[in-house]
Design a protein around this ligand. Sequence first.
Ligand code: F0G
Length: 441
Amino acid sequence: MSQSETTQSILKCLSCENTYPLDENHYTCPACNGLLDVVHDLTGWHNKSDELRKIFDERLTSWAAPDRSGVWRYRELVGPTTAVEDIVSRGEGNTTLYNAISDLMLYTGVNRMQLKHEGENPTGSFKDRGMATGVTRAHQIGAGSVICASTGNTSASMSSFAALAGMQALILFPEGKVALGKVAQSLAYGAVSVQVRGDFDEALELVRTAAATLPVYMLNSINPFRLEGQKSIIIEMLHQRGWQVPDWIVVPGGNLGNSAAFGKALLEMQEVGLIDRLPHVAVIQATGAAPFANAFAKEFDGFEPVTAETVATAIRIGNPASFAKAVRTVVRTDGWATAVSDQDIMDAKAKIDAAGIGCEPASAATVAGVRKLVEDGVIKADEEVVCVLTGHVLKDPKVVIDYHSKAMQNVDPAFANEIHTIYGTLDELVEFLPGNAAVRL
Ligand code: F0G
């Protein structure tokens, strides 16, 4: 198959397996309301992984916008395949894969750990990857207005991409439960910002009803085109690793779109031979918002939504929309799901932050999760782990200040770094130099 040929794709229901042409606009299956996948006919790429790798490598030396994008660089695998002139892009992706420093490895108990920092995307979270494909789709079908419910990052990202594409952005978020940086972003990018007197799950319900009845295009991760872009986190990470598969990929779970996308990416990459085995995907939730981890503990025999509460407001979700797809990921990769406390999340965050890398609380659930899974004997010390950090440290500055000034309720900071105040003399300042034993204590 040549580079210019397009991959044929359809929409397919995960539950009843009905299929629909790609140009029909469905968010969920019209027959059974199940979740839809964008399914690509990848047979033309079977046994051609060398050719694909060469194409992806060559694009790294190109300045063309679609090639510079960490999403559209992988367009043979990331739908909707589209004329490259047509794409909406902010040069998303291209995020750093850090080798964890020894302090973090000591903290978690694994010897080989990397951190893929999706907070380095243009609006500071992984959502930009899904918006590259989602807003491109909205643009293709001529949408004038796009809508989402959000705990803050989806809305920040959608607001930016919609502005870029000349569309109205209408965002709904839970009143008082979105981190400061995220609210500021959507206002700045010009979105119509509406707070709902309820939680994320209620806001999403309203958005789903609105999208079914009003002339607005929904860009929550139920939209299968969103997840296509998010697959590129995994494709890019494996490209960075020379297509060497780690033993574990660890991701925070909220609405479970990312967990869903990771499994799809891995299965498709295995299908075309880019990877020769599947890593285990571990989904980490906060204990106050852990319907998926609870269901995993019961071997997915049933599912009960919860009323969610956690300091990690990004994943304060009790009724995750992509539940069934995330089950597929964990089952097919022989993965795991667990939950970590707010205390563990904030302490792990302090460690990641102090390593100079930084992330928002939800992202730190991954490192806290690795630590827990090592303690539980699920991850072995010599296994290789990649954690996906989903959002930037500046998304939630309040929680950083509160932690380090010991002002958080229910969290006793183990690694607080307090602010010092002086009158302004050299004698006072010298006390802070590392050679001074008093400061070391
Ligand atoms: N980490 C961050 C920083 C997030 O913003 C989110 C989700 C997640 C993890 C969880 O990802 O939903 O795919 O399981 N944020 C959504 C939002 C819900 O509205 O910004 P997920």
